[in-house]
Write a protein that binds this ligand. Structure first.
Ligand code: VGL
Ligand code: ZN
Length: 201
């Protein structure tokens, strides 16, 4: 068991990001047993849950003439348009059935504001609106984060970069994460994490 300054952050291990889901990440379900085993090493376990209202602005279905995986321009910057996914209360938004959610001290939901997406567990995609996770971690005295989950190049990446910039020591377990890899997004994510000082192992 690591000391009390360490937490395991499990990003978006939800049905819609697993094979058969609306935004399936290849091999997304393979990481579940390893994540469950890793929980035993951590005094704190925190899960994130992508949690969109129906008709969320990140859904291609809300943008006439746009297809999933195309880009659009939002008031806060460029945004990938996704298939409808992780709609609040749906089976797709539920955690993978084998994920050990009982170990979670906190489940942080994100992406619930209709007009803004939130990849990161710390800030929404305007890079300004906080989720509250930073305050939770700091008030618990947590300074070291190990991150795993889905997807390496989106929500794990944005969470890792934000955490490193906030001064947390960040390690991403690549073997317990899986990527969407859209137009080179995995390579870009690796470079961005390295630049921010997050270690990918
Ligand atoms: C994610 C795309 C849209 C993720 C969430 O969890 O990486 N990706 N919403
Ligand atoms: Zn989403």
């Amino acid at each position: 068991m690591r000391d009390a300054t360490h937490a395991l952050l499990v990003i978006d291990v939800q049905n819609d990001f697993c094979p058969g889901g609306a935004l399936a990440v290849p091999g997304g379900d393979e990481i579940v047993p390893g994540i469950n085993a890793l929980m035993a090493e951590f005094p704190a376990v925190i899960l994130t849950q992508d949690w969109h209202p129906a008709g969320h602005s990140s859904f291609a279905s809300q943008h006439p003439g746009k297809a999933p995986m195309e880009m659009t321009e939002m008031p806060y910057g460029p945004q990938v348009l996704w298939p409808d996914h992780c709609v609040q209360g749906s089976d797709g938004a539920a955690f993978h059935a084998h994920l050990d959610t009982d170990r979670a001290d906190l489940i942080i939901r994100k992406g619930f504001r209709p007009g803004i997406d939130s990849y990161s567990a710390f800030f929404e995609n305007d890079h300004t609106t906080p989720t509250g996770l930073e305050g939770y971690l700091r008030t618990r005295g947590i300074s070291h984060l190990t991150m795993v989950g889905l997807a390496t190049d989106f929500c794990v990446n944005f969470s890792a970069v934000d955490a490193a910039r906030l001064g947390f020591t960040v390690e991403v377990r690549g073997d317990l994460s899986r990527a969407i890899d859209l137009n080179g997004s995995l390579d870009a994510a690796k470079a961005g994490m390295a630049e921010a000082g997050a270690t990918l192992i």
